[in-house]
Design a protein around this ligand. Structure first.
Ligand SMILES: [Zn+2]
Length: 202
């Protein structure tokens, strides 16, 4: 498959995940972030734009071992490890996580503390996993128990899952923020760097 066809297929798969019922159910506020169905629909629209407009998807088999996927707010591109990415519950949750970074890029111009941006993205991914279950109490497609940051994110998300539109309380989110900061992948966030959000055009 030509590179262009690969990207078109990935853009389409990502868009379908963002337009799925569990993703469209996500609705919470975290600082200036409002992650809800309309915001994920915007990211899906950006994925459907004709390249190089909108949001693209790059395949890079040499992503660091501890990086599941990524979103670059400067180039407006997701990077994933393989053209087949997006098939598992964990992949789908990771795509929702990265799409939440894209929402911040699209809606919250300026800079945001990286540790806060990651906290919001993990909550969104956990809510997607929770809403993908037959009930709020499971069984979950991805079992977060014993899975470090994902388990902490799950516990935080469970406290807001039944309250659409709620503003996530920083105290409730604090264990997750700490779990992110304590994880080797995010060691660079301990210096309190900021992510730059410069917008996404369709
Ligand atoms: Zn992230």
């Amino acid at each position: 498959m030509a590179a262009n066809a690969t990207e078109i297929a990935l853009r389409s798969r990502f868009g379908q995940i963002l337009m799925s019922d569990p993703c469209q159910r996500i609705n919470f506020r975290w600082g200036r972030l409002h992650a809800d169905g309309s915001a994920y629909s915007f990211v899906a629209l950006a994925l459907a734009s004709r390249p190089p407009k909108g949001i693209g998807v790059i395949v890079n088999p040499r992503l660091p071992a501890n990086t599941e996927a990524s979103y670059d707010s400067v180039t407006n591109k997701f990077t994933v490890r393989s053209a087949a990415y997006g098939g598992t519950a964990f992949h789908k949750m990771s795509i929702v996580h990265e799409a939440t970074h894209a929402i911040a890029d699209a809606t919250d111009r300026g800079t945001v503390l990286g540790q806060l941006d990651e906290t919001g993205a993990y909550v969104a991914g956990a809510l997607f996993n929770i809403y993908s279950a037959p009930s709020l109490n499971g069984p979950y497609p991805f079992n977060p128990i014993g899975q470090g940051i994902f388990e902490t994110a799950h516990r935080v998300a469970m406290q807001i899952a039944a309250t659409p539109g709620v503003a996530l309380n920083p105290q409730v989110a604090s264990p997750l923020r700490q779990a992110v900061l304590n994880h080797p992948t995010y060691a660079f966030l301990r210096q309190s760097p900021r992510y730059t959000n410069d917008g996404v055009s369709l």
